[in-house]
Design a protein around this ligand. Structure first.
Ligand SMILES: *Cc1c(COP(=O)(O)O)cnc(C)c1O
Length: 394
């Protein structure tokens, strides 16, 4: 197998080859067939790319080929957002009466799926402390069909022991799916630990330029066939041009992640011990309670750092407001630095109790380091933290 930087350039080489050096954009919503037989064949081919764009498109196929090779799976699929990938996947795998295990610290949309949508459809759910393997073990019932993992988790960067949970699930014939958005396949490959399905908000690092909303899911061809069938009904199709942009972003993923990893580590180290900050959450810090587990299952720790402001909600807001380079924004994973105060972001969708249950303390700020110069970003976060101390002192 070739290296990752070669993979992102060449994994899609044999998918709809043309003499064009950059991939063409296949804009049509539908493709013509030569005869009735090839028409009938194209209509039922899972993730085919020459029938109707909701069923598949060459630009989807290019991205899927790269993602499948990066995640070391047989197949992958592109969808209109990370949430489209998750919801379609879960609807493909569970039915009324089934049970799903998720994490307490998890992306807000995933939490809302577990807390609000699935129970309405007759699917029961349990959210557990991801740092406690025993909690997973105790959550399994005879109805459990799926375990949804996220490591590192958004936004508090807790780590799940992927291999330990896979062992529990496999012994019970239960599928595992991991949200690999924060790590990316550069920093962690969940299938190496036995995970069945890997999904991403490709809006974040995979695209990397904050200009596309997209999602992907990768796994065995058999599972992806089932997910594809449901995707025809959820209809969350990624547009061809956005797929083309996503492919362009993927070409530089290894280059970008190297800088994100450096910047995340430097910011975490700089803010650790600052008087304005009560806690820094970053798996690359030796002080992270799960640093050894993270180091064992990851190759790098990413660009997201979560910090807790000692003085709570107003201090968190002041810290974000004082940053010069990181704009206040809900996203992450782009070349530009962004920062957010998650407690204020999720208040519309999750109740205060659900916020606390999802691990979102009021003083928590998530800084997503971009690819700017490390020294400039470090100086910026230190100036913002100093500013919070000054305001507090007055
Ligand atoms: C953003 C995000 C999602 C949701 O993805 P969208 O592309 O916004 O639908 C899911 N998981 C994680 C970890 C995220 O950061």
């Amino acid at each position: 197998m070739v290296g990752i930087s070669t993979t992102v350039m060449h994994a899609d080489r044999d998918v709809h080859p043309t003499r064009s050096v950059a991939r063409p954009i296949y804009q049509p919503a539908a493709f013509g067939a030569e005869d009735s037989e090839s028409f009938a064949r194209a209509a039922v081919e899972p993730r085919g790319s020459d029938f109707y764009t909701r069923f598949g498109n060459p630009n989807h196929a290019h991205v899927a080929a790269v993602v499948a090779q990066l995640e070391n799976t047989e197949a992958a699929m592109v969808m209109a957002s990370g949430m489209a990938a998750l919801t379609t996947t879960v609807l493909a795998l569970v039915s009324a009466g089934d049970h799903v295990i998720g994490q307490r610290s998890t992306y807000g949309g995933t939490a809302s799926l577990l807390l609000n949508l699935l129970p309405r459809l007759g699917v029961s759910t349990t959210q557990v402390d991801q740092t406690d393997v025993r909690a997973f073990e105790e959550a399994f019932t005879s109805q459990t069909r799926l375990v949804l993992l996220e490591s590192p988790s958004n936004p508090s960067l807790q780590i799940t022991d992927l291999r330990a949970v896979v062992d529990l699930a496999r012994a019970r014939g239960v599928l595992t799916a991991a949200d690999n958005t924060f790590a990316t396949p550069l920093n962690q490959r969940p299938t190496d630990h036995g995970i069945d399905l890997v999904w991403h908000s490709a809006t974040k690092y995979l695209n990397g330029h904050s200009d596309v909303s997209a999602g992907v899911v990768a796994g065995s061809a058999e599972l992806l066939d089932r997910i594809w069938e449901v995707s025809l009904l959820t209809g969350a199709t990624l547009g061809p041009f956005d797929s083309w942009l996503l492919l362009r972003g993927l070409r530089t993923l290894p280059l970008r992640m190297a800088r994100h990893n450096d910047n995340g580590q430097a910011i975490a180290e700089a803010l650790q011990g600052h008087p304005a900050i009560s806690r820094v959450h970053y798996p690359g810090l030796r002080s992270h309670p799960q640093h050894e587990l993270a180091a064992a299952q990851m190759n790098g720790f990413g660009g997201v750092v979560a910090v807790e402001l000692a003085a709570g909600f107003p201090a968190a807001d002041a810290f974000v407001g004082h940053l010069q380079y990181a704009r206040r924004s809900a996203s992450l994973g782009g070349v530009e630095s962004l920062a957010v105060h998650p407690a204020s972001m999720w208040r519309g969708m999750l109740s205060d109790e659900q916020l606390v249950a999802s691990g979102l303390p009021m003083g928590l700020v998530r800084v997503a380091a971009g690819t700017e110069d490390t020294a400039d970003l470090v100086a910026d976060v230190l100036a913002a933290a100093d500013h919070v101390v000054e305001v507090d002192g007055r």
